[in-house]
Design a protein around this ligand. Structure first.
Ligand code: PLP
Length: 222
């Protein structure tokens, strides 16, 4: 199947209220152009240099979502144009994004990344760390970042029940956070979860943004 056909297939499976982030990391501009011709406008990348090069050479109505682990010294390169940073996994990173966003005269949309998987290697706040941060008042003074929701990655396993339980735990925390700290923030509404192998489970558990790469673009060559 072509990239255009894969996009149509995935889109046909998304209920109302769930958007597709087409994860184009490690794929060339030509692949993105094919998806763009099929109507896709939201793309996800995980490397700062790669995303910036693509931003500079591709149509300006593309929404670029940064989904990787962001190093503080590279924030400045994406802040001028990024639409959403999915993986904010520390208060320090949030304050640095805020600082660079203020310099650029922007308000940058962010998602807090929660660690919901069993693996040690995945980044993110624990639920308690995130509660502790949100319960403090410091983050509310950061006027150039807007916390639009949460992001998480399930364990890479064949155990569907485990994946579902991890996604449900993130949705539970999302509801708690919304009720406790964001009840008047209509922008706090995104739950970014689900990749090629688990987006159906993520949607069933309340995802609003699925990040699908290899199912659309084929396997990545590293
Ligand atoms: C690479 C990546 C994806 C997409 O993974 P696929 O399995 O190719 O769909 C989604 N989210 C994050 C954070 C990623 O790094």
């Amino acid at each position: 199947m072509s990239i255009a056909e894969n996009i149509k297939q995935v889109l046909s499976e998304l209920p109302d209220g769930v958007r597709l982030v087409a994860v184009s990391k490690f794929h060339p501009n030509e692949a993105i152009e094919e998806a763009y011709s099929a109507g896709q406008r939201v793309f996800g990348e995980s490397k700062v240099q790669e995303m910036t090069a693509k931003y500079e050479s591709l149509p300006k109505d593309i929404e670029w979502h940064f989904i990787g682990h962001l190093q503080t010294n590279k924030i400045k390169y994406i802040v001028p144009y990024v639409t959403l940073i999915h993986g904010v996994d520390s208060y320090k990173l949030l304050t640095e994004i805020n600082r660079q966003a203020a310099k650029a005269g922007r308000t940058v949309n962010c998602l807090l990344q929660l660690h919901i998987a069993q693996e040690e290697t995945k980044f993110g706040f624990s639920f308690d760390e995130c509660r502790e941060m949100l319960a403090g008042d410091e983050w509310k003074k950061l006027g150039n970042v807007r916390i639009c929701g949460l992001m998480g990655m399930a364990t890479n396993t064949d155990n569907i029940e485990q994946i579902k339980a991890e996604f449900r735990s993130l949705n539970n925390f999302f509801q708690e956070a919304k009720a406790t700290w964001f009840s008047n923030a209509e922008w706090f509404r995104e739950l970014s979860m689900g990749m090629s192998h688990d987006y159906h489970e993520a949607i069933a558990a309340g995802s609003t943004l699925v990040r699908v790469g290899s199912k659309i673009f084929g396997e990545r060559i590293y």
